[in-house]
Design a protein. Structure first.
Length: 85
């Protein structure tokens, strides 16, 4: 398994794994599958959801079960991270 840089964030009681889209490189793993694998507690990083952010600010969010959704707490974390980088 290759190394993948990530940021672990917490917002209002939820925790998230944040990946910058560029960090994924040429990997063609669907975001839903990636969320299921990375968000597993005790077997992986563990989180409530996965945030994938592009440099332009485009955001995709997937719950730990892989379902796509909107998450206000995750959006706040992603916005803060974008402002800091």
């Amino acid at each position: 398994m290759r190394r993948l840089p990530f940021v672990k964030m917490s917002g209002a009681g939820n925790d998230f794994i944040l990946l910058q889209k560029d960090w994924l490189g040429s990997a063609k793993v669907p975001a839903a599958r990636l969320a299921k694998r990375l968000c597993l507690r005790r077997r992986s990083i563990g989180a409530d959801g996965l945030l994938i952010v592009s440099r332009s600010g485009r955001l995709s969010y997937h719950n730990a079960d892989g379902s796509a959704a909107f998450c206000a707490n995750g959006s706040r974390c992603a916005a803060w991270w974008l402002l800091q980088t």
